[in-house]
Design a protein around this ligand. Structure first.
Ligand code: IMP
Length: 186
């Protein structure tokens, strides 16, 4: 039984992702030059994107990782998130680039933007691989975007369903039989 058998459709294959990540890396290199930015990523979904993007940036960068979890379903629309792992170094005076896997409702990032802005960085920019605008609840200023995708639940290249499929090298849509019934909420 292969993970691939659970995939109904491949939306973005590994080559398409690699090409776009290379373009984003080149753009960030041109824009940030010698400003020594810190790439801040949110565990766990953004890991493959972070790993590939940082190697496409031909300049000094640092990285830092956060882990967050949403509060229970009832309060989700408030956009309140709990920080499970905080930054390991100060970002005061630094140029921060938030590296995200996917922006769906935008509530997670909306919270993070405010949280990071309070720490007096020199600037904060957002790069996301996937933008799913259909369900957006918070207006997020996305500075760099890999792909806009339709309102479908996707897995692979870091994205999971129930902690699985993160290691698929492409981004695909699961067969409905895998989750049985309505597609999961992002
Ligand atoms: P937001 O706060 O609704 O923008 O949610 C962002 C987070 O939800 C992402 O970092 C993902 O972890 C998760 N998510 C949203 N859509 C999907 C999807 O289609 N597949 C897998 N995870 C998703």
């Amino acid at each position: 039984m292969s993970l691939h058998d659970d995939v109904e459709e491949v939306l973005l294959d590994a080559d398409a992702i690699a090409n776009r990540v290379a373009e984003l890396g080149a753009q960030l290199t041109a824009d940030f030059g010698d400003r020594d930015p810190v790439l801040v990523s949110v565990l766990k979904g953004a890991l493959p994107f972070l790993a590939d993007l940082m190697r496409a940036m031909e300049m000094p960068v640092s990285i830092d990782l956060m882990e967050v979890s949403s509060y229970g379903a009832g309060t989700e629309t408030s956009g309140q998130v709990r920080i499970l792992k905080d930054l390991s170094r100060s970002i005061e005076g630094r140029h921060v680039i938030i590296v995200e896997d996917i922006i769906d409702t935008g509530l997670t990032l909306n919270y993070l933007l405010k949280y990071l802005a309070d720490k007096a960085p020199a600037s904060v920019r957002i790069v996301c691989l996937l933008d799913k605008p259909a369900r957006r609840l918070a207006d997020i200023p996305i500075d760099y975007r890999g792909f806009e995708i339709p309102d479908r639940f996707v897995v692979g290249y870091g994205l999971d369903f129930d902690e699985r499929y993160r290691n698929l090298p492409y981004i695909g849509v699961l067969k409905p039989s895998v989750y049985g019934g309505a597609p999961p909420e992002g």
